[in-house]
Design a protein around this ligand. Sequence first.
Ligand SMILES: *[C@@H]1O[C@H](CO)[C@@H](O)[C@H](O)[C@H]1NC(C)=O
Length: 218
Amino acid sequence: MAPIVSILFFLASFLLAPLPLQSADSDPLQDFCVGLINAFESVNGFPCKPVSAVTANDFSSDVIAHEGNTSNPFRLGVTRANVLAFPGLNTLGISMNRIDLAPGGLNPPHSHPRATQLDIVIEGTVMIGFVTTGNVLYSKVLRKGDLFVIPRALVHFEKNIGKGKALIFAAFNGQLPGTVSIAPTLFGATPPIPDTILSTAFQVETGVVDEIKSKFSS
Ligand SMILES: *[C@@H]1O[C@H](CO)[C@@H](O)[C@H](O)[C@H]1NC(C)=O
């Protein structure tokens, strides 16, 4: 082959090769595997209910059909239809949350280590944003029908900035996205993270650390 042809062939092989994409959860090896959530065995996921015991009800759930309770300091109700609440999702790499926000409500900064999130605003006006590993904030004001995608593991928040209630449904490409809530993780851990670590990390006096801890200790 002439050099120019081999160079083109080399470039084309990169363009045409299937990208080594990896979904958040590993692919299932069977049609379904309704999770036995309380099984004695511990695996990466859950063991399957015997197919002979599976019914249509295993593939349906009303867990996010009802408004969440927003009577709390954040004016926030998060209801999770993950594999724990909806075992039919086991091994399928998908789940959904319902986020209810009373006026002024905030879903405070947190991250999901195991899934990318796609929010759809059903009601209200919300500000949603995430911060990259380079500390760049991407945020937008969204209204009914708008989508916003939050890349896996990045810290993000949702805030109701409208006059009425807000309702968001969040889809995840994982059956159990997990949640790292920034404030409770740092200020409400058991046993507590020593004050000296947090006072240095945040460059404040330990009294400030104690005050924040008092709000997140369980
Ligand atoms: C909502 O949560 C608050 C605070 O935990 C509780 O007092 C109240 O009973 C709950 N309301 C309902 C309808 O469950």
